[in-house]
Write a protein that binds this ligand. Structure first.
Ligand SMILES: [Zn+2]
Length: 58
């Protein structure tokens, strides 16, 4: 099952969203985006958990 995520769901003022075939791929895409556009966020295990909790099945 594919997974999707959007920054809006995280409460961010950002129109970014992504879909990927697996949770791992989506996590990778999301971390890339965070590093690029949300430099105020600290990439930590807690952030990974938050990202995973925001993923939706599509
Ligand atoms: Zn964003």
């Amino acid at each position: 099952m594919a997974k999707s995520i959007s920054c809006k769901d995280a409460g961010a003022d950002c129109g970014w969203s992504a879909t990927a075939e697996t949770e791992e791929q989506l996590l990778e895409k999301t971390i890339e985006h965070v590093k690029e556009s949300h430099k105020e966020l600290h990439v930590s295990p807690e952030l990974y958990d938050k990202i995973k909790s925001l993923m939706k099945d599509v």
